[in-house]
Design a protein around this ligand. Sequence first.
Ligand code: NAD
Length: 483
Amino acid sequence: MHERKRLLIGGDEARGEPGEPPLVSVNPATGEVNHEVEAAGSATVDAAAHDADRAARQPSWRDMLPMQRARILFGIADRMEGQGDTLARLQMLENGKVWSECAKQVKSAAATFRYYGAVCETTGSEITPARGDYLSMSVYEPYGVVAAITPWNSPLTMEAQKIAPALAAGNAVVLKPSEVTPSTGLAVGRIALEAGLPPGILNVLPGTGQAVGAALVAHSLVRMVSFTGGTESGRRIAVAAANKLMPVALELGGKSPHIVFADADIDAAVAAVADGIFEGSGQSCVAGSRLFVQRAVHDRVVAGLVERARALKLDLPDVPGAQMGPLATFAHRDKVEGMVEAARAAGARILAGGGRPEAAPLARGAYYLPTVIGGIDNSAGIARQEIFGPVLCVIPFDTEDDLVAQANDSAFGLAAGIWTSDYKRAWRVARALQAGTVWINTYKQLSVATPFGGFKDSGIGREKGVAGMRLYQQPKGIYFGMD
Ligand code: NAD
């Protein structure tokens, strides 16, 4: 009999919805069942939304001074670090990320709570320039109940990125974690209570997107939704939100171009391109999955990448030195495998990987080899769809104009990387690329202080930074007559 976790509503453990089957958490590195988690449904969503709404309107939360809210956020950060090994292990068991990355993500999530504690305590309202005999100002108020809906690739950091600013802004939050990774959110919910967050201000409802996510988005008491996940789910949420005239923040998929000009530091570029796609087994929204290489250095760059792909240490996630773990689920591994096979059938050349590791113990897990694909152009299906796996598509280019046109020829616009020693070109290309984040001579450098989000099908709105708290507030104008 496996452990069965419960929901968190109104500060208490709550039973799942009768009739909703529990979520079964499977370790993708071994195929073994970790535990079960009771699942919410539409009645539980209704109960949690009412609880959150009541809690949000209590003076104990509504009128809490920003410095007091900040102290709670700092307390959450301290406790997350204190329970860092437990949190990192929960994530590792559920999505298969290697230990070093999970441990790093606990620290990053704690830092996000600290950052928004500081933002909450230090960001004020504004006096606006008067145009007559009055005093006018802009104050910022919470929406009330905010729904946070998250994916499985990095639950620790993605959930902190939503919960911390939404709480700093004075809202109550109902978190719907991914059905694949429900446990870290439940653990952070309990930590928040220990840190003094009033009951009902953070509720955690594991369950499916259809039964729980959609019901939350549609609920009349939920006044804002912050979503990270796939573009098609994001589109459905945006349509449902439009019917309620409700704001949404959507962080969606990507097919980010990673660009190497011939004048770049090639060794540094090759290392960054490999990390940019293979870290986290490619399950990163900003994975640099389309490599554009200037033709003069194409063969050298590809040779370097193939060597790195073959040398990468795939292992069980808790083995010291493991560089790549499995994909998060067996179904996702099969999907990635199917996409590579379709590319092969369409004439692409598999330069490295292109299959599962066959030796024990990895053969038991949802592993897929780091894969490099050539012999395609930017119109190939594999160069256009998000794969969300360790699969790099290599496409040569000749001129800067040709590069910019190809890099922008994508439905997505999340991120991009440029390697060149010509700083004027780096600036020109960075400004010409349709992407929410551009890295120059670095890749996947992320900071909680810098806005993050996507152009085009990669999303709406920007998380992080001081504005990341404003995302969860609405401005109100107030006038005092002075004549
Ligand atoms: P997904 O869209 O399938 O699911 C994400 C979350 O949404 C889950 O909790 C799911 O249960 C829920 N959901 C699904 N359909 C819903 C609906 N109709 N209404 C409400 N909720 C719904 O995505 P995933 O497979 O979990 O994650 C992978 C995707 O997430 C990739 O496309 C990746 O690029 C994207 N992602 C984006 C970012 C970013 O910051 N831009 C970060 C990480 C992942």
